[in-house]
Design a binder for this molecule. Structure first.
Ligand code: NAP
Length: 230
């Protein structure tokens, strides 16, 4: 069987780095991306396996286009895409007074980033008749338990979930499975040292979704390998 090609965004640290490590451990060729090329190289060097570093800033259309071109030229396809990169820059403001620059920056990274990446890579997957997309979302984006804190982040993750559903409908019946997941509260720079989960625990459901069999779910929201309410 052909070695699977996986692209992981924001993989220089945190959950993204763990996902890249786990996918490489499963024998995939992993394109480990980071917005700073030197950080991508350093992070790739820490992983034993077939890992190729590449620059990617998900907010930059030219950077996304350059990565797409690289993957097409080098491998001719992309089997797995993990949209992990995100920012969490809300301060203590509420939806009543949140600064619009915070909203714009957050949505640009956490929503337009995965949107651009899916537009770049899902057509490649559809063309080759195989693909797994994992959008790393959060319970913060869940409509049924929506809180009024961290408004930009919550909004961005709800939008990411909606985007997941739209791409999943487009891919329906094509051996391309597109899902989103919540890693739980994880000990990364974003989650902080007091978080309840390790990086391995946070990465587990993403890795499971990245390796789903063809009869696996499409267009779902998961945590701990179980479906969550939207
Ligand atoms: P993290 O430690 O803050 O890492 C975030 C990663 O995203 C970094 O590699 C960062 O790169 C990258 N990034 C940010 N902006 C980017 C851009 N424009 N282009 C490319 N990469 C960019 O966060 P984490 O905890 O590992 O979070 C990973 C994912 O899990 C995120 O989607 C987050 O929302 C989600 N999540 C985390 C938790 C948690 O408790 N940690 C809970 C729920 C959901 P730089 O190093 O260059 O900044």
């Amino acid at each position: 069987m052909n070695q699977k090609i996986a692209v992981v965004t924001g993989a220089n640290r945190g959950i993204g780095h763990q996902i890249a490590k786990d996918l490489a451990g499963l024998g995939m060729r992993v394109v480990l991306t980071a917005r700073d090329e030197a950080k991508a190289k350093a992070a790739a060097a820490k992983i034993i396996g077939d890992v190729i570093p590449h620059q990617l800033d998900v907010r930059d259309v030219n950077s996304v286009a350059a990565l797409k071109h690289f993957v097409e030229r080098e491998f001719g396809r992309c089997d797995v895409l993990v949209n992990n990169a995100a920012i969490y820059i809300d301060d203590d403001k509420s939806i009543l007074n949140v600064d619009m620059d915070t909203v714009r920056q957050t949505v640009e990274t956490n929503v337009y980033g995965p949107l651009l990446m899916c537009q770049a890579f899902v057509p490649m997957m559809l063309k080759h008749g195989y693909g797994r997309v994992v959008n790393v979302s959060s319970e913060s984006g869940r409509m049924t338990t929506m809180s009024d804190g961290t408004p930009s982040y919550n909004l961005s993750k709800t939008a990411l979930n909606a985007l997941t559903l739209m791409f999943a409908k487009t891919a329906r019946g094509e051996r391309v499975l597109i899902n989103c997941m919540c890693p739980g509260w994880v000990r990364s720079d974003m989650g902080g040292p007091g978080a309840t989960r390790s990086l391995q625990e946070g990465a587990d459901t993403a890795v499971w979704l990245a390796t789903l069999p063809d009869d696996g779910p499409n267009g779902g929201f998961f945590r701990d390998r179980e479906r969550m309410e939207w």
